[in-house]
Design a protein. Structure first.
Length: 466
């Protein structure tokens, strides 16, 4: 049997276990099986809310504007002081303004007022200078964060947080949120577990940012991403997505990320569609959102509408590999337009040579439709090289090795790797069970495997078989 990769979906939560296919027929007759959408890492290059770091840009602007405001106030104060000096000079020259008789001020009181004014001036100057230094350090930290120079970004953020007196609560909250985003990205890049110190530091910073400014919707949105993709607290993620959207319902990236959670985790396609459409309304030219809404339609068997959204995504970005690969799959499976599908598979691979989905699906089409097993083998191997945990590529290659090359040792090895990548995939389990029964002549192991036991080690081959 051959398994086909489902259309790729950017930024969906990681799902290591493919959905069970209870109705898959026996090995020889098994049709193409669609896998759960491919799960890209959420640092995600396509997670708009996280990649664009909304908190970052707005907070930077706020900190800078705050410094500029105080500079403007300082200029106004300087002008007022100059005017006061002119009045004072006029008075010293013996020409007071008409209607404004001079009033004698006791000498001690005059000295006290002068000291108070001087103290306030120095305090304002210190605060203005602190704001300027904060804005500079913050902007440098944000620049390093975007360039993924994490150690430098952290150094600038700590420098900004140490500045006294601190700026407004809003500016401080935004910096804390971006510092948290830095730690979050480190966790994702390094593949750290949810309970590691880096991730916990991100949690602490997000909560501190939200406590400092309870209206920081960007901090809530990015905290939701952390809960969703790293900690896998889906209830908490939904809570903070909703809070962020309530505060700012115009952020397309947050609407989109919530739609992904509703679709893949909550299994609520109707509600997910509602939020996809809201996201598209706010950002109608975003190819990622258009493509993933097309995938929801495809999975709901609304194929022609799905095709329209795939085409719109490709129109917005002709080199968007995920949309190209998804459209190729639709042309292959729904329209049976194999020539058109081949063109789009080639475009997807040209745009992103490490696209394991496109490589595996193109290989399967060549194997099933064109009977070109040599080209299919190379594509399967390429897909496995770029993603060693791609269960469908591993499984389909095992099938090719067993049925076409009669290379049973390697076929068994790839069956085991496929099951390791997708332990609950019933089609893979049944195919491997049939392999044990028909090739290894081991009914006991085959029965154990079919009943749901873990894959077993390689068994010795019967005599005469390679």
């Amino acid at each position: 049997p051959a398994q086909e990769e489902a259309p790729a979906q950017e930024e969906a939560p990681v799902q290591e276990e493919a959905p069970a296919q209870e109705e898959a027929p026996a090995q020889e007759e098994a049709p193409v099986q669609e896998e759960a959408p491919a799960q890209e890492a959420p640092v995600q290059e396509e997670a708009p809310a996280q990649e664009e770091a909304p908190a970052q840009e707005e907070a930077t602007a706020e900190a800078t504007e705050e410094a500029q405001e105080h500079q403007g106030t300082e200029k106004a104060q300087d002008a007022a002081e100059e005017e006061e000096e002119e009045v004072s000079e006029e008075r010293e020259a013996g020409t007071p303004k008409k209607g404004q008789p001079e009033e004698a001020v006791p000498e001690a009181e005059a000295e006290q007022k002068t000291e108070e004014t001087s103290g306030r001036g120095k305090s304002d100057e210190k605060a203005d200078r602190a704001r300027q230094l904060f804005a500079i350090a913050y902007e440098e930290g944000n620049k390093c964060l975007k360039e993924r120079r994490f150690p430098e970004a952290e150094r600038y953020y700590l420098e900004a947080l140490a500045i006294e007196p601190p700026p407004s609560a809003q500016a401080t909250s935004s910096l804390l949120a971006n510092y948290a985003l830095l730690m979050q990205n480190k966790s994702l890049v390094e593949g750290l577990e949810s309970d590691n110190p880096t991730t916990q530091k991100a949690v602490q910073l997000y909560l501190q940012a939200i406590e400092t400014d309870s209206k920081n919707s960007e901090a809530m949105a990015n905290y939701a991403l952390l809960l969703n993709y790293v900690i896998r607290d889906f209830e908490g993620a939904e809570e903070y997505y909703k809070k962020s959207i309530e505060l700012n319902p115009k952020k397309a990236g947050v609407l989109y990320n919530y739609a992904i959670l509703l679709e893949n985790i909550k299994k609520q396609p109707e509600k997910a569609e509602e939020y996809y459409l809201k996201a598209i309304d706010k950002d109608p030219t975003n190819p990622v959102i258009l493509c993933n809404y097309g995938l929801l339609l495809y999975n709901s068997e609304n194929f022609y509408k799905a095709e329209a959204y795939y085409i719109m995504a490709i129109d917005q970005d002709p080199n968007y590999a995920t949309a190209l690969g998804n459209y190729a799959l639709l042309l292959e499976n729904i329209r049976r337009d194999y020539e058109g599908a081949e063109q789009y598979y080639k475009r997807a691979i040209a745009a992103q040579p490490a696209n394991a989905n496109a490589l595996a699906n193109y290989g399967l089409m060549l194997y099933q439709v064109k009977r070109d097993w040599k080209s299919a083998e190379q594509l399967y191997r390429d897909a496995i090289r770029v993603n060693p945990k791609n269960a469908n590529a591993l499984f389909n290659y095992a099938v090719l090795l067993e049925d076409t090359k009669k290379d049973y040792n390697n076929a068994q090895a790839y069956y085991i790797m496929a099951l390791d990548a997708a332990p609950t995939d019933n089609l893979i389990r049944r195919a491997y069970s049939n392999f044990l029964r028909n090739v290894r002549k081991d009914e006991n192991q085959a029965t154990l495997l079919a009943s749901g036991k873990a894959p077993l080690p390689l068994a010795p081959l019967p005599a005469g078989k390679k």
